[in-house]
Ligand binder design. Structure first.
Ligand SMILES: Cc1cc2nc3c(=O)[nH]c(=O)nc-3n(C[C@H](O)[C@H](O)[C@H](O)COP(=O)(O)OP(=O)(O)OC[C@H]3O[C@@H](n4cnc5c(N)ncnc54)[C@H](O)[C@@H]3O)c2cc1C
Length: 403
């Protein structure tokens, strides 16, 4: 952000404190996928100002693997999964954004067979398009998979993948085209409230008055909310590796999840193999390494020859780690809590699923700001579902097709 934007007087963004048309009505804090999705949803009929301390999509969003596994993640609320999947299908082709539909398999070891089969029966009865595939059927369908350590796989079809950076910048462009203003390099230092009502935010560039503030700061939500509100969100670290085989993996290769091994995988567009997972709670998130660990590399190196039927050697061509916010039940908090000032709306704790949940989060944030009815159930996202708001809970790795 330049001094020219700020104005000589350090008046916030050259805007008066109140009363002018260009004063924002909503400040969105955080330019990750969630903040950009919220800004896009709100921009057509609100004066939206999005503030990002760094660059757009520079937090967890930049590090995501781009898996969209909403169907396995929300089997108890298929309308939530459908909302996200329908959005990605419809948004495919907007700007540079692409959504690649790809089936997803959860490989099942013998000790998990009974539970997996019972789950498939239950889900099919409730209308979810899921099937149990025998190991031989898995190998016939995807010859690169060596299913011999498994009894079979749970297959979901309403899944896919995307590039998280392109999704986020496309949402940003869309938000700007609808009138939102986006400022990067601005840190919000405090949420301003007069008792019952939000008044705006304090930033390292001055004060900004607004009626509503959307906190979309990822795992940093508690840091910003301070004494206003504590949420049960705990930072955790998770990793990705990209492996290049000698010959590209075929287009038809599915996305996959191996619960006992704590990893998921998918094919990259050029035929590389992306393997992610290996998550753990992180007590010092700001200082955590952004590189994949040696232990994760070793784990993947031992796993790949067991689950892939190929003589190809794999070379690690990329690897990274990132921080996201975990919640006790692995679902995010998207809410305007009743015991906080009117106008405060929060979206945090996306627990490895923020990219795929962004359409749902964006719409729900709009509904909370504009006081509109949500098209899908909101209870799974309410803060009040937790008895405790302490961030000191036991970290759970995501299961059932998530990350
Ligand atoms: C390795 C890895 C793999 C993943 N894979 C997947 C996947 O396959 N599918 C999926 O759906 N999800 C995945 N995730 C999770 C996903 O990346 C996150 O859930 C999602 O990006 C969260 O988005 P966000 O906008 O809430 O947070 P972020 O992307 O972290 O954005 C928050 C933004 O707020 C800004 N900010 C913070 N504090 C302030 C402040 N005070 N003032 C101004 N700005 C501020 C930050 O700079 C940041 O840009 C993965 C995550 C990681 C780390």
């Amino acid at each position: 952000m330049t001094n020219e934007t700020l104005g000589e007087t350090d008046e916030p963004f050259g805007l008066p404190e109140s009363g002018r048309e260009d004063r924002p009505s909503v400040v969105v804090v955080g330019g990750g996928v969630i903040g950009c999705a919220a800004a896009r949803e709100l921009a057509s009929d609100h004066r939206v100002l999005l503030l990002e301390r760094d660059q757009i999509a520079s937090g967890a969003t930049a590090r995501a693997a781009g898996e969209v596994t909403m169907e396995p993640s929300y089997t108890d609320h298929p309308e939530i999964a459908d909302f996200a999947t329908d959005f990605f299908r419809a948004y495919d082709g907007t700007g540079a954004f692409e959504y690649t539909e790809t089936p997803s398999v959860e490989l099942v070891t013998p000790d998990r067979e009974d539970a997996a089969r019972a789950r498939v029966t239950r889900l099919r009865e409730s209308g979810v398009e899921v099937a149990f595939m025998e190991a031989s059927a898995v190998e016939r369908r995807w010859s690169w998979i060596d299913a011999s350590p498994f009894v079979g796989a749970v297959r979901f079809t309403d899944t896919g993948h995307l590039d998280p950076y392109t999704l986020t910048t496309t949402l940003q462009s869309d938000a700007e085209a609808r009138g939102a203003r986006v400022e990067t390099g601005v840190t919000v230092t405090e949420i301003l409230a007069d008792g019952e009502q939000i008044e705006g935010v304090e930033t390292d560039h001055g004060t900004i008055r607004a009626d509503d503030v959307v906190v979309a700061t990822g795992w940093r939500a508690n840091e910003l909310l301070g004494s206003t509100l504590e949420t049960p969100v705990r930072p955790y670290r998770t990793q990705c590796l990209v492996l290049r085989p000698e010959s590209p993996i075929p287009d038809s290769f599915p996305m996959g999840w191996i619960p006992g091994e704590h990893v998921y995988f998918r094919r990259e567009g050029n035929g590389d193999l992306l393997v992610g997972g290996w998550s753990s709670a992180e007590d010092d998130p700001a200082a955590a390494s952004e590189s994949a660990d040696e232990a994760f590399r070793d784990h993947v190196a031992a796993l790949v020859p067991r689950v892939l039927r190929t003589d190809d050697a794999f070379r690690v061509v990329d690897g990274w780690a990132g921080i996201d916010g975990a919640t006790p039940d692995t679902r995010p908090i998207i809410d305007a809590p009743a015991d906080t000032p009117d106008g405060l709306v929060i979206a945090t704790g996306f627990h490895g699923r923020g990219v795929m949940t962004a359409p749902v989060a964006g719409r729900l944030l709009r509904c909370l700001v504009a006081d509109e009815e949500s098209p899908f159930p909101t209870e799974p996202f309410s803060l009040s579902r937790f008895d405790s708001r302490s961030p000191n809970f036991e970290f759970l790795s995501i299961s059932a097709g998530g990350n």
